[in-house]
Design a protein around this ligand. Structure first.
Ligand code: UFG
Length: 339
């Protein structure tokens, strides 16, 4: 198949492109490189022996996007491109709405024009808001999101349902990711956040490698096993394989349908810090700090729909996440800038 991958140079996108190329597909990547690096695509080419076609495109620029579709056809679109930092979205809501919503509206419009109506979208567990019950199941109410970023994910889901309801033959997989972490088993590609990492795992890795002095643990008085926040950490290679499974089973997404991609079990912040300390053989200094506004105590998926619909389940646990994450960070202490 010939596939269009938006945001394909980014963290989850690049790992998915590896799986798609290894699966024998032809891949065209569009990415504006605002939070990613073309070096990731060089590394992907090194790993797979195949170079994805690349075009630097901002999806908000509809004319350029239209020209990408003029060079089609594409059998399916995987849409990763978007801004994703929760805190930044509170500071810059207009930028988030503009990039995520207009980018997606342009993409859907061009897909419709081209008659390509199979889409895999990077949604997020953030659409559930504060969980009313755990594990989170797809029928849990959505929309109680606490940030502009989260609202863009929820709004895009709603837009997709409306577009799918036209009966034009859309098949849209709304993949609700839990916490993607870790790196490719080769250590050649991984997460390379620009600036200070917002998320726990890249922060811990930068402490392990000596780029930052300590991790702040946001809250140690939650009603969890050790008082720190619990999340469902999913190895990025498992997540990438989930996209392949969704594509192979796209006929099961007639209209639009949401599916959780998570492991089904949670780990605390201290579990994660200890896991990386063990994998790296280094002490990872941490300090307890106030709770981070908007955080919930505990979040983990019910992944049974993904197993039933896609035959997919996560195969890697925290030990592999830490080993592979450390292999990436220690070989690339400054991310892709190490090249
Ligand atoms: N945490 C710390 N210190 C840090 C960073 C995080 O203690 O420096 C804690 C958080 O309080 C939380 C856990 O580590 O308990 C995980 O935090 P992350 O920022 O890594 O991830 P979140 O669960 O907050 O957010 C992730 C994605 C979002 C997505 C959300 C969906 O980053 O994009 O999951 O639930 F919306």
């Amino acid at each position: 198949m010939r596939l269009l991958v938006t945001g394909g140079a980014g963290y989850i996108g690049s790992h998915t492109v590896v799986e798609l190329l290894e699966g024998g597909h032809d891949v065209v990547v569009v990415d504006d490189l605002s939070n990613s690096s073309e070096v990731a695509l060089d590394r992907v080419a090194g790993l797979t022996g195949r170079r994805p076609e690349f075009r630097r495109v901002d999806l908000v620029d509809n004319d350029v996007l239209a020209s990408v579709f003029d060079d089609g056809p594409y059998d399916c679109v995987l849409h990763f491109a978007g801004l994703k930092a929760v805190g930044e979205s509170v500071e810059q809501p207009l930028r988030y709405f503009r990039t995520n919503l207009i980018g997606t509206l342009n993409l859907l419009t061009e897909m419709d024009r081209a008659g390509c109506r199979d889409l895999i979208f990077s949604s997020s567990a953030t659409v559930y808001g504060a969980p009313q019950a755990l594990p989170l199941i797809e029928t849990h109410p959505t929309g109680g999101t606490t940030s502009p970023y989260g609202r863009t994910k929820h709004m895009i889901e709603e837009i997709c349902y409306d577009v799918a309801a036209t009966g034009a033959g859309w098949r849209i997989a709304l993949l609700r990711y839990f916490n993607p972490v870790g790196a490719h088993l080769s250590g050649r590609i991984g997460e390379d956040p620009k600036g200070i990492p917002n998320n726990l795992v890249p922060y811990v890795l930068q402490v392990a490698v000596g780029r930052r002095p300590h991790v702040d643990v946001f809250g140690n008085d939650y009603p969890t096993s050790d008082g720190t926040g619990v999340r469902d950490y999913l190895h990025v290679v498992d997540l990438a394989k989930g996209h392949l499974a969704a594509m192979e089973n796209i006929d099961r997404f007639e209209g639009a349908r949401a599916v959780n991609l998570g492991t089904g079990s949670g780990n605390s912040v201290l579990d994660v810090i200890n896991g990386f300390a063990e994998a790296s053989g280094r002490r990872i200094a941490y300090e307890f700090a106030d709770r981070r506004p908007g955080d919930v105590p505990e979040l983990y998926a019910d992944p049974s729909l993904a197993a039933e619909l896609l035959g997919w389940k996560a195969e890697r646990g925290l030990a592999e996440i830490c080993a592979d994450g450390w292999a990436w960070q220690s070989a690339n202490p400054n991310g892709y800038a190490s090249d």
